[in-house]
Design a protein around this ligand. Structure first.
Ligand SMILES: [Cu+2]
Length: 377
């Protein structure tokens, strides 16, 4: 969304409203893919239709006519947004000749058309054929080695958010490679936290919005955090303490489907309304941890708002004590991220929304639902 760039010489609301309608026009014309957004179009001035519609378990009753019509073919895409939520890629642990253990990953860059809403296809540039790319998960202090093979049609790179040398930065002159080439990025995983990686080839905004980004999670090493071992353990994948948590990666992204430098579709993990059509199931007895990342191009910020509940927030995930306590909304600029922790332990079971608090983003796809259940099979 943009309000004041005034391409037509008209800034502010008077310029914004016609453009919003234009954008909906794009969606409505997309093979009927987001036909249901006609409902949103008439509800232009409304906030959230179906807001707090009681304890209904009928997702459609809750959301009214807000959702996309039809189904995305996840098999054809080669990735399922529900599996992406906790599909950790921990690589392969190897021993170097000098005895040092190294966590190795292989990532392939490739061009791929993906379906981001029913019948709406986007010519993406991907890591390993999916958007977002694989969720890389390592432990603080581990040596990380990522072999990147560029099978795409343009130069690409992997720029990691983390502590590393200039040679490993994945920027022009330091790891941007042409089609058919490969490059090995190597560094020690610091600091702990919820990070990301993305292509840093130029023009940057094009390479990012085309889909070249992913989550990079560095779990704390409890031995490095004396006095905070319990919290650190709860974040360490594979520990019994971590096993209590229901962990989800939520990458807030968007797509400019007609290449006018504005987004027509918003989502978490790429597929518009995926988690409202099929809510994310939560066992109410167990705590929830969300690794939230904003990679949305073209819009200054994105946000996350949780219904019926509040959460603690760890900005960048680089601390073991919350940087914000008891909030129900956070905003992130592009590249910003953090860890959310909350529980529905004392709630009655039901459908609890989470969504961007920019209502327009909601209507265009960034709406999700947690289905909090008494018992989860
Ligand atoms: Cu690129």
């Amino acid at each position: 969304m943009r309000r004041n760039h005034g391409r037509d010489g008209v800034g502010g609301w008077t310029g914004w409203l016609p453009r919003l309608l234009d954008r909906r026009g794009v969606l409505l014309g997309a093979g009927g893919g987001i036909g249901a957004l006609a409902g949103a179009r008439t509800a232009l001035a409304a906030t959230m239709p179906g807001h707090h519609a009681g304890a209904s378990h009928d997702a459609h009753a809750v959301h009214g006519g807000m959702m996309t019509v039809g189904e995305v073919d996840h098999d054809r895409n080669g990735f399922d947004p529900h599996k992406l939520l906790n599909d950790w890629d921990t690589g392969t642990l190897r021993q170097d000749p000098d005895g040092r253990s190294v966590r190795e990953f292989r990532i392939v860059g490739e061009d791929k058309e993906i379906e981001i809403a029913p019948g709406l296809f986007f010519p993406a540039w991907t890591y390993n054929g999916r958007v977002p790319g694989p969720t890389l998960r390592v432990t603080e202090g581990e040596r990380v080695r990522v072999r990147f093979e560029n099978d795409g049609s343009h130069p690409h790179s992997i720029h990691f958010h983390g502590i590393h040398s200039a040679r490993m930065d994945g920027v022009p002159g330091a790891g941007v490679i042409g089609p058919g080439e490969e490059f090995v990025y190597e560094f020690d995983a610091f600091p702990m936290g919820c990070h990301l990686y993305h292509c840093h080839a130029l023009p940057l905004k094009r390479h990012i919005h085309k889909g070249m980004y992913g989550a990079f999670i560095v779990d704390p090493d409890p031995a490095r955090h004396p006095g905070e071992e319990a919290v650190a353990n709860s974040r360490l994948l594979g520990s019994p303490e971590n096993g209590r948590f229901q962990e989800f990666v939520m990458v807030m992204n968007a797509f400019d489907t007609n290449f006018d430098d504005e987004n027509e579709v918003y989502a978490v993990n790429s597929i518009a309304h995926a988690y409202s059509k099929q809510p994310i199931i939560i066992d109410r007895a167990r705590p929830v941890r969300v690794y939230l990342i904003n990679v949305t191009e073209f819009d200054p910020i994105n946000s996350f708002h949780l219904h019926g509940n509040f959460f603690d927030y760890y900005d960048h995930g680089t601390t073991l004590t919350p940087t914000l306590r008891t909030v129900d909304t956070v905003m992130q600029c592009q590249g910003q991220r953090g860890i959310l922790e909350f529980t529905y332990e004392r709630h009655e079971p039901g459908l609890y929304m989470c969504h961007a608090h920019q209502s327009e983003f909601v209507e265009l796809g960034w709406m999700s639902v947690f289905d909090v259940r008494e018992t989860v099979a």
